[in-house]
Design a protein around this ligand. Structure first.
Ligand SMILES: [Zn+2]
Length: 395
């Protein structure tokens, strides 16, 4: 999922995201709550209407940003008081207010309010934090069940939809966009078993996912998974990873946590990763991932290619007429030379950020598309860092 922090994947217009094949993007509740504010987005038809995006959207709960970006936060059983990183104003997020904000923003998938446990943390702290997340998950679910009809693309708010001429786009279909993707993913996972239920849009509400915490303790992760499943959600996320721990530990926790999550529900690993990592975790059974890496790295001139990472700012590209990545089918690689991309970057041109981001997103989406094909064929797709894309099947 490309990250569109403030209802914008930085530097990339929505029509280009569609061309790239992005099926779902992520928005950050903390940022959108502060600016432009939930009421503004709600009045514009929710995020889909506001940013003119008819594919699926996921919003996070705001918890992670509150813990990582805001100042002077104070955590209690009730919720978190924090100061805006924009103007220092004081705000309060609770499971209830985080659900209210996410219902107002109107994404297809929304996340339970959780506490992201810091790393490192001692055993007592990890347990305390995991138990708080479990209690907050129950409160998130309760509020959501009582208020889920208030979503801006519900029947009473459907008039914003533009006439697109696409028959399956309607007030019900928009809300089901996420559901549709998961039905497809489930179909891919159970390759060889045609007849997987054709996705139908029966409801018009969002999907609220639960989040498993528990720090780096496998037993706590298991308990967190069981308690979250007991509350009951249509999808489960693994949170609190990629917070500074060694990569080997991330993998170990992901692998052990996955054993306790239902295979027939989407399993979402939050905040990862490199192209190698997304392939690795997809092979373990993760269905969804989000990361700012492809977009953020692109803005700093760091590009992912089939031949490894390229720092486009380096002088050695100054007169290189070759394309950035001869194996990439994106419109940047098809049209521009490394020399030109290097010049744009060195000149601090806005176009450098735009083109670099388009390529990196294309590389990521193409990588995950190959993973999907491999799953469908019952094979494992492998990504060898620095040695290009290696796969055991020619696609
Ligand atoms: Zn490219």
């Amino acid at each position: 999922m490309p990250v569109g922090t403030v209802a914008s994947v930085k530097g990339v217009p929505q029509d280009v995201l569609e061309e790239l094949g992005a099926q779902i993007i992520l928005g950050n509740t903390y940022h959108l709550y502060l600016r432009p504010g939930v009421e503004t987005v709600r009045k514009m038809g929710g995020l889909h209407g506001f940013m003119s995006w008819n594919q699926a959207i996921l919003t996070d709960s705001g918890g992670f940003q509150v813990f990582s970006l805001s100042e002077l936060r104070k955590v209690s059983e009730e919720g978190v008081t924090f100061r805006s990183h924009l103007d220092g104003s004081s705000h309060f997020f609770s499971p209830e207010s985080a659900m209210e904000a996410q219902i107002g923003l109107g994404a297809d998938i929304i996340m339970a309010f959780d506490e992201c446990t810091e790393y490192p943390a001692d055993a007592a702290r990890m347990r305390e934090s995991m138990e708080m997340t479990a209690r907050w998950a129950a409160r998130s679910k309760k509020y959501f069940e009582e208020h889920k009809q208030e979503v801006p693309w519900g029947a009473a708010f459907g008039s914003w939809l533009p006439a697109t001429g696409t028959e399956d786009v309607g007030t019900a279909a928009i809300g089901c966009a996420g559901e549709r993707q998961f039905a497809r993913a489930a179909e891919l996972r159970s390759a060889g078993q045609p007849g997987a239920a054709a996705p139908t849009c029966t409801g018009k509400t969002q999907s609220l996912f639960g989040i498993v915490q528990g720090g780096m303790d496998r037993a706590l992760r298991k308990e967190s998974a069981e308690r979250t499943i007991a509350i009951g959600f249509p999808g489960y996320a693994i949170g609190g990873l990629s917070v500074g721990e060694p990569r080997e530990l991330t993998r170990e926790i992901v692998e052990s946590t996955l054993e306790h999550l239902p295979k027939d529900k989407p399993r979402y690993l939050m905040g990862v990763g490199t192209p190698e990592e997304i392939v690795e975790y997809a092979n373990l059974g993760i269905d969804m991932m989000d990361c700012v890496l492809p977009t953020r790295a692109a803005r700093h001139g760091l590009l992912f290619t089939s031949e490894g990472k390229v720092s486009i700012k380096q002088a050695r590209h100054a007169q290189d007429q070759g394309s950035l990545d001869p194996k990439c089918g994106c419109k940047v690689c098809g049209r521009y030379s490394r020399a030109y991309l290097r010049h744009l970057y060195a000149s601090n041109e806005v176009l450098a950020q735009v083109l670099n981001t388009i390529h990196n997103l294309s590389f990521y989406l193409d990588t995950i598309e190959r993973v999907r094909h491999s799953i469908l064929l019952g094979e494992e797709y492998r990504f060898l860092s620095g040695a290009g894309l290696d796969r055991n099947l020619e696609l």
